[in-house]
Ligand binder design. Structure first.
Ligand code: ZN
Length: 455
């Protein structure tokens, strides 16, 4: 057996489980069955400033994994500015800073941002730095879904430099969420990314990253293809623009370019569940409707916008194997899932990495895999008494059968539980036995001890 600290997943979208009205969902078996005992809240800038209230509510309801909250730039910005594409005035900036301070003082591990996503994308670097400082002075890190992982706006390398500048000027460690080189224009740039990060580290800035072991990213069709200006003001504004012929023509032109960057309509697999297009590529839907891929995408965007507020999920096959391998070997990388609905990474990232990258392809060894999934992650987020098997530490412990440990989920069947965890303890309580969740809800909120600067 492999006996390891419970895995810590630094980039997760587990809210649908953790906030479910169904106690069986709140067990969070998708993660437990991989050997993960801790997940994140509020990544990509989404974390509520009401850290204490939200965490307490989740823990009181009974959850199967530990949670680590982050305070989100996007949540703070939306509370003050809504979805507007403008800079805050002095008073609004102060209110945003106040919300970040509140989140940090209530125990958040750091400050998350998702500058790729509207409306966060409307923020200039200086605005982010000013707000991030509130987390920096209280010991938080800058955890970023960076502005551009591809060639959409400032480019991958420009975006890496922006994040490093934010960390440097705000005075805080930088952590790249789901680091990758996304799309045909930047494939092969992983080495240049590594160079940027190594240089910043050599100059004394603490820079780290997490990575999921899949060649497809998950996003929404809207975020993948629509120009940002077209969603300024939200869905209602988008639909209005699409009804205006000249504006719609401009949107289409930019969508053609975005689709090329993503590798074309064959590379976009539609994975939102329970739609007529579930499990089909954009090419297949265009053929089925007898139209072109852009028209098909717009039809899907309109229909899902009208139905549930938009953002239909896609798996976007846009990463090069050599880039993924190179990043995985870096001494500052850790394992994550970025687990979100419809992509197998939510149910299978840790065993996928073990089977594909440790056992079969031998890109990294077992020891490195464990380190990338436990202690190094605990160090990055300063999780106290977690991530190691040491006397006095919390008993988050995974006992894994190396011969059985494997993913069961794939892109077409993304919600299959992984197998091979013999026993999993969360805070000393048996949470999985022979690949089956026991139903125990021993998860706690791992809140930072109140930092200085909170009075
Ligand atoms: Zn993200």
């Amino acid at each position: 057996m492999i006996v390891s600290p419970g895995f810590i997943d630094p980039h997760t979208h587990a809210d649908t489980f953790l906030t479910s009205a169904d106690p069986a969902m709140r067990v969070n078996a998708a993660w437990l069955n991989q050997g993960a005992t801790t997940v994140m809240l509020g990544v990509d800038g989404g974390g509520t400033p009401d850290v204490a209230e939200h965490s307490a509510k989740l823990v009181a309801s009974g959850i199967g994994t530990n949670i680590v909250p982050l305070i989100g730039f996007g949540a703070a910005r939306e509370r003050v500015l809504g979805e507007d594409a403008r800079a805050p005035n002095a008073d609004e900036l102060e209110r945003m800073k106040g919300l970040v301070k509140k989140g940090m003082c209530e125990g958040a591990s750091g400050f998350s941002a998702g500058l790729f996503y509207a409306p966060q994308s409307f923020a200039k670097t200086d605005e982010v730095i000013a707000v991030a400082r509130e987390a920096a002075v209280r010991g938080g890190l800058y955890d970023t879904h960076q502005r551009d992982e591809s060639s959409y706006t400032i480019g991958l390398l420009g975006s890496v430099r922006e994040a490093i500048r934010i960390g440097r000027e705000a005075g805080m460690p930088v952590h790249f969420a789901h680091l990758k080189a996304l799309g045909v224009d930047v494939q092969g740039q992983a080495a240049a990314v590594v160079k940027e990060i190594d240089e910043a580290r050599a100059q004394g800035l603490d820079v780290t990253a997490d990575q999921y072991p899949w060649l497809a990213s998950g996003s929404s069709l809207d975020a993948s293809l629509l120009p940002r200006w077209s969603v300024d003001g939200g869905n209602a504004a988008l639909l209005k623009r699409l009804d205006d012929a000249p504006t719609a023509a401009r949107i289409r032109t930019e969508m053609v370019e975005n689709l090329r960057r993503r590798g074309g309509p064959d590379a976009l697999l539609l994975i939102a569940q329970n739609y007529p297009w579930t499990g089909k590529t954009l090419t297949q839907m265009a053929q089925q409707w007898g139209t072109d891929p852009i028209e098909a995408a717009l039809r899907i965007i309109r229909q899902s916008a009208a139905k549930d507020g938009g953002g239909t999920s896609v798996a976007s096959f846009n990463m090069a194997q050599a880039d993924v391998d190179l990043l995985m070997k870096q001494p500052w990388i850790v394992t994550s899932s970025d687990g979100s609905s419809g992509h197998p990474r939510m149910f299978a990232s840790f065993p996928e990495k073990y089977v594909k990258y440790v056992r079969d392809r031998k890109v990294i060894d077992l020891k490195t895999f464990i380190r990338q999934s436990t202690g190094r992650t605990a160090d990055i987020y300063k999780l106290e008494q977690r991530g190691y098997l040491r006397p006095g530490y919390f008993a988050d412990v995974a006992v894994i059968d190396p011969a059985q440990y494997a993913p069961r989920a794939d892109y077409v069947h993304p919600r299959e539980l992984s197998v091979g965890v013999r026993s999993l303890f969360v805070n000393g309580t048996l949470a999985v036995e022979n690949s089956k969740a026991t139903g125990a809800t021993a998860g706690r909120a791992l809140l930072r001890t109140q930092p200085a600067g909170c009075s």
